[in-house]
Design a binder for this molecule. Structure first.
Ligand code: GLN
Length: 189
């Protein structure tokens, strides 16, 4: 089964964008590193990688990308936001409060699965579209409140670790750091 090759952007201002680009190429897509608003043009989807959300917010501001990025995500093209990307996507952020774009009607708590030394690997709970996929957590945020329109796609110990609202998918873990491609595949078939 060949999937159509799409041009998918990976926000490349900071953080773990390279592994996401490799995952997209593995699936036969063209991965485009995005560092400016011009770079968003002509893309059929976008990945917001993990990293440090405060730094990413600062760099987005310096690159004058806030409004173009917001428009791109709200245009309805598929977006995969992981870890720091999920924090940028949330409606509200706790520990500590910071600016966010509100594409997902969720509240997140930063670093709530433990700090760097507490990064760990686990398996998702059975069930849902993915089953027991590998989960890599690195100072991961927790989804602490979900609005009614938010669908849970994966859980760990009964807690949501991947959610979706319309075209925006967000994971608190790092699907690009395991060799299971089912998360990328569901967003970018
Ligand atoms: N703790 C980071 C933040 O708050 C996110 C961690 C990650 O992306 N691996 O931005």
């Amino acid at each position: 089964m060949g999937s159509a090759r799409s041009r998918i952007g990976v926000l490349a201002l900071q953080g773990g964008y390279a592994a996401h680009a490799r995952a997209l190429e593995e699936l036969g897509h063209e991965a485009v590193e995005v560092r400016s608003s011009e770079g968003l043009q002509g893309l059929e989807g976008l990945i917001l990688p993990g990293g440090e959300s405060t730094t990413q917010l600062k760099l987005l501001g310096l690159a004058e990308m806030d409004a173009p990025l917001d428009a791109f995500v709200r245009s309805g093209k598929p977006v995969l936001a992981t870890c720091a990307g999920a924090i940028l996507s949330a409606a509200s952020v706790r520990d500590f409060d910071q600016r966010s774009f509100g594409w997902l009607d969720v509240a997140v708590a930063r670093n709530a699965w433990g700090r760097q030394v507490f990064s760990f690997e686990a398996k998702a709970d059975e069930g849902g579209p993915f089953g027991a996929i590998p989960l890599v957590f690195i100072r991961a945020p927790r989804f602490v409140e979900l609005g009614a329109r938010v669908e849970v796609l994966a859980t760990y110990q009964g807690e949501p670790v991947m959610v979706r609202q319309g075209n925006v998918y967000a994971a608190s873990f790092h699907p690009e750091l395991s060799d299971d491609r089912s998360v990328h595949k569901i967003v970018f078939p």
